[in-house]
Structures are given as C-alpha cells and as structure tokens.
Write a protein that binds this ligand. Structure first.
Ligand code: SF4
Length: 239
C-alpha cells in the first residue's frame, strides 16, 4: 500500500487517540510524538527515479499523513505545498484520514472549487459524540469523495442519517490494537453494517482489534490475525 507521510507528530484530540499507534511506536524509540516536523519524504509525490519515472507510482490509493493529521495546526503553512503536490499528481489518488475535519478550510488552495477529483477525505468517528460533530462537517465540505472511518470503534454509533445523504462512499470499521486495547463488540459492527445496507453504502470490516467481543464473550486476538478474523466474518458490502 503506497504511503506518503509529509509530516510526523500529532496531539491527542479525542477518545480514539488514547492508544494512538504512532505514539506507541515512537515511545519504543524515545521519540516525542507531540513534536510535529516535516519528514524527509515531504516532496515524495514530486520525486523522480534516475530513469525519470516518478518514485510514487500508481499502484493503488496513496494513504497520506498516516503518522500525523493532515489538518493539524503546525502544518498549516506546509499544507499549501502539500495540496500543490497533490494537485500536480492527478494520476494518483490520495486518501486523507482525519480527526480534524473542522480545520478542513485552513490553507485550502485557490483552485480547490468542489474538490480535487484525486482526493478522498475520510473523517474518523469512534463514538456518537464525534459522529455528531464531525460528520455534518464532512458532508458540508466541498469534496469529490468522502468516506467514514469508525476505527477504533468504542461504542455503538448511529450514523444512518449521514449515510442516507448518499454522499458517503464507504464506511471502514475496526477495533483497537495494542496491550491496552478497548473492546470492539460485534453487535456494534453488525449495527453499522445494517445502516450501510439500508443506505446502499459500501462497508468494509477491516479488522477485529485485539479485544473482540462476540455474543458476550471476549476474545483476545493476536495482531497478525486481526485482519484475517474480520475477513472470515464475510460481511463486507459493495454496491
Ligand atoms: S489524531 Fe491520529 S495521529 Fe493524532 S494522536 Fe489522534 S490517533 Fe494519533
């Protein structure tokens, strides 16, 4: 999966951040995750190999800013250049997952109009409170493509009213990983799936997380099996 991390570092902003994977990984190297810096890969979309071909090639969606938040305050200036690079690579499709959709308009390029066709913005909602705050903003934002990420899902969520707008292309759902992972109840998964089915929205059960509850029983799932267990459920929807 192609990844582009133009900057690194972030600040916890909501309940879903509690066991942030980036914080856990940085801790292993004594790195301060709260300091936001541009990375050496900042201009990766523009870089070329010796033979002149682009380093970042069209091998699927480019997951962008996976060790920070694209809309974080510290990156307001850098984001102008990041958008410019994204606009210069219409052959790639950039996926931006954010907990800061409320900052979407800061540093937006002048030629944005109704949204670049090669950008999907995914708003995260881990609980009902964040769903009610973030999803209206996601629907209001001028975007060519919108998705919802419920990961780590922390409780049952009712997002049907947002899905019925017909503007959400897909919902991705998953649990939390790590030694202190909070549980993901399969009933919550089935509830979101049913909302997607009713509204003809694609649904992807990505992974179970480390602490998976089914029929009232808790299962500890090893990280290497979390994706495979979700696949086994066979409940994805594609319309
Ligand atoms: S917004 Fe994302 S990267 Fe930032 S602390 Fe929260 S989970 Fe981690």
């Amino acid at each position: 999966m192609p990844v582009w991390n133009p900057w690194h570092g972030c600040h916890r902003i909501s309940a879903g951040c509690l066991h942030c994977y980036m914080y856990r990984r940085d801790a292993e190297f004594d790195k301060d995750s709260g300091v936001v810096n541009k990375t050496a890969d900042f201009d990766l979309p523009l870089r070329r190999k010796r033979d002149g071909s682009p380093k970042l090639t069209n091998e699927g969606r480019v997951y962008s800013c996976m060790t920070s938040d694209f809309f974080i305050e510290e990156a307001d200036e850098w984001r102008r250049d990041a958008w410019r690079m994204i606009g210069n690579r219409p052959d790639l499709h950039f996926v931006i997952i954010t907990k800061r959709i409320h900052r979407f308009y800061v540093s937006l390029p002048d030629d944005w109009d109704r949204g670049y066709e090669n950008v999907t913005v995914c708003a995260t909602c881990e609980n009902q409170k964040e769903a009610l705050f973030r999803l209206p903003l996601l629907l209001d934002a001028p975007l060519a493509h919108r998705e919802i990420i419920c990961e780590p899902l922390l409780e049952e969520v009712d997002i049907g009213r947002f899905l019925s707008s017909g503007m959400i292309e897909k919902v991705t759902l998953g649990g939390e990983s790590g030694p202190d992972a909070r549980p993901l109840d399969y009933d919550w998964v089935k509830s979101v799936r049913a909302q997607c089915e009713r509204t003809h929205t694609d649904f992807y059960f990505k992974q179970t997380g480390a602490r998976f509850v089914k029929d009232g029983k808790t299962y500890m799932i090893d990280r290497k099996n979390q994706l495979a267990q979700a696949r086994k459920a066979g409940i994805d929807l594609y319309f």
